[in-house]
Design a protein around this ligand. Structure first.
Ligand SMILES: Nc1ncnc2c1ncn2[C@@H]1O[C@H](COP(=O)(O)OP(=O)(O)O)[C@@H](O)[C@H]1O
Ligand SMILES: CC(C)(COP(=O)(O)O)[C@@H](O)C(=O)NCCC(=O)O
Ligand SMILES: [K+]
Length: 236
């Protein structure tokens, strides 16, 4: 059994894979971490973790994984892995989740693509036709943008609006502004790539963005877990 872990700033995603198929995938809050039973599908023989969450979450995970320390790797972005070359100025500074997502997207598309992860932050990354990770954007995610407006202004609420072409109330104005900001960044970034480049879309807020992203678009939930699986499989 392989256990893949994607510890993001809001949610922790787990995937158990038996070498043939996903046995189970789970998505939990940081607070629920203590209740996860890592051995419920048998003893994992390999564990790979992409962690970008806080230090307390890292320590809690580390503590829980102690019995399998000998077979656990905490993924760090590096210069090259699984056919993807990382052109970040300091490759190790790239978030481990972005690195795993890039590897997952490259394995699926095998061509130039824009990799979008709409989570706590929204990241928008470019891979060229040779598998080089060219770099990318970091924006506040959908929820962060909502909360920034609510906490940083006197009058704005935590928006519960719709995305509409010409917003005529405050809630719709915020909701539409946020979605256009996110989708606008993605489409502008894609404009730097060859015409017809695919956007690979993932993350907990992906559904809010999807209708605003033109084809070609590949919806790829659990992209980070898939990338982690690609990495583990490349070892054998
Ligand atoms: N059940 C849920 N609980 C919390 N957030 C959710 C849920 N479903 C979707 N979301 C949205 O998805 C985001 C988390 O997405 P995710 O890709 O897991 O982020 P991260 O990797 O940064 O933890 C939240 O900020 C929220 O906007
Ligand atoms: C950009 C991120 C905060 C995204 O985190 P997430 O939204 O997935 O929780 C994370 O990938 C990170 O901390 N990256 C390190 C800095 C970098 O990638 O340049
Ligand atoms: K993200």
């Amino acid at each position: 059994m392989m256990l893949l872990v994607d510890a993001g700033n809001t949610r922790i995603k787990f995937g158990w894979h038996d070498g043939q198929q996903w046995i189970c995938r789970e998505d939990i809050s940081h607070e629920a971490l203590g209740a996860v039973n890592f051995t419920r599908f048998g003893t994992p023989h390999r564990i790979l973790v992409a962690h970008v969450a806080s230090e307390p979450v890292r320590l809690r995970l580390l503590q829980m994984l102690v019995p399998w320390m000998d077979r656990t790797e905490w993924l760090k972005a590096e210069f090259e892995r699984c056919g993807v070359r990382n052109l970040y100025a300091d490759p190790t500074r790239l978030g481990a989740d972005r690195w795993a997502a890039a590897i997952g997207a490259w394995h699926r598309v095998k061509g130039a693509c824009v990799v979008v992860s709409a989570g706590t932050a929204t990241t928008v990354d470019a891979i060229d036709e040779h598998g080089s990770f060219l770099g990318g954007l970091i924006l506040p995610g959908h929820g962060l943008m909502q909360r920034a407006l609510a906490s940083g202004t006197a009058a704005l609420p935590l928006a519960e609006g719709q995305c509409v072409p010409f917003p005529q109330n405050t809630h719709d104005a915020i909701e539409t502004g946020i979605r256009y900001a996110q989708a606008g960044a993605v489409e502008r970034f894609r404009g730097q790539m060859p015409f017809g480049t695919t956007v690979v879309l993932s993350g907990g807020s992906a559904s809010a963005l999807a209708p605003l992203i033109a084809p070609p678009r590949l919806d790829f939930p659990n992209l980070v877990l898939e990338g982690l699986l690609n990495i583990v499989r490349s070892e054998t």
